[in-house]
Design a protein around this ligand. Structure first.
Ligand code: NAP
Length: 236
């Protein structure tokens, strides 16, 4: 590890790339999961997730990105699809690390870590970007981490003809405060002491770069849903 500073409870590499949360959530309640799976299957959203998390950073083309996830999210990925290719997969567990089923991989791009800081420390300088890919427990912890700079949040709405029936979820990213049930979004510059601010589509486009061909301005219709890709940045 290179020179270190104390962030949170342990020392993490000073030059570690910042953390970006990436998730799809129903609005305004921010439901993200049901029965340890996604509540929906949206092919355009899956493609976006894959392109964003695997894109090569032109400033360090030799480095892959890292994705950090909780053990339950790892378990939710069918064994034949994990580890997610072309990314350093990092799985968090407080339990027996040897019990994480990484045996299907036979590859060296799976790391197991005992905390978020341990995960960041293990990734070290090896990744161009670090994405936190869920689930709710890990998003909630990462939201408060000093290295977390951005949230790529895909807002999902139901187009249920009966009206605004909430999407059926049992897992929520309810710590992110900007979607109260009133659905008031503090996006204005006059919004006072904003900690997180929703950025423009142009800012999102600039952040994800040209390789992410699935990026479109929303709302995008698919099946019984519409969804919109958004970028939020930490202001303070
Ligand atoms: N909509 C989306 O974009 C999206 C993305 C990802 C996941 N999801 C959904 O989210 C749901 C899963 O979320 P979840 O909150 O139940 O589980 P999770 O966050 O994926 O995993 C929780 C597990 O992570 C480990 N863990 C948590 N905090 C830790 C820490 N500080 N240090 C070490 N290990 C730690 C623990 O594993 P041990 O029990 O092994 O100790 C814990 O049980 C699923 O429904 C999934 O489909 C949705």
């Amino acid at each position: 590890m290179t020179a270190a500073t104390t962030l949170g409870s342990v020392a993490v590499a000073k030059s570690s790339p910042g953390l970006t949360l990436i998730l799809a959530a129903s609005v305004p309640l921010l439901g993200i999961g049901k029965n340890n799976a996604l509540p929906w299957r949206l092919s355009g959203e899956i493609k976006y997730f894959k392109q964003v998390t695997t894109r090569v950073d032109p400033s360090c083309p030799e480095k892959p990105n890292a994705i950090i996830m909780g053990r339950k999210t790892w378990d939710s990925i069918p064994a034949r699809f994990r580890p997610l290719p072309d990314r350093i997969n990092v799985v968090l567990t407080r339990g027996n690390q040897a019990a994480i089923d990484t045996t299907t991989s036979g590859k060296d791009n799976v790391l197991v870590a005992s905390s978020l800081d341990d995960a960041i420390d293990k990734v070290g300088q090896k990744a161009a970007h670090i994405f936190v890919i869920g689930g709710a427990q890990i998003y909630c912890q990462a939201l408060d981490h000093p290295l977390t700079q951005r949230i790529l949040l895909t807002e999902v709405n139901s187009t249920d003809p009966e009206g605004v029936a909430p999407i059926d979820c049992d897992t929520y990213f309810d710590k992110f405060p900007w979607y109260p049930q009133s659905a008031v979004k503090p996006t204005s510059k006059d919004g006072g002491e904003l900690q997180w601010k929703r950025q423009s589509y142009e800012d999102l486009k600039q952040f994800v770069g040209d390789q992410v061909t699935s990026l479109q301005p929303g709302p995008i219709a698919e099946k019984a849903y519409t969804y919109e890709f958004t970028l939020w940045e930490r202001m303070a």
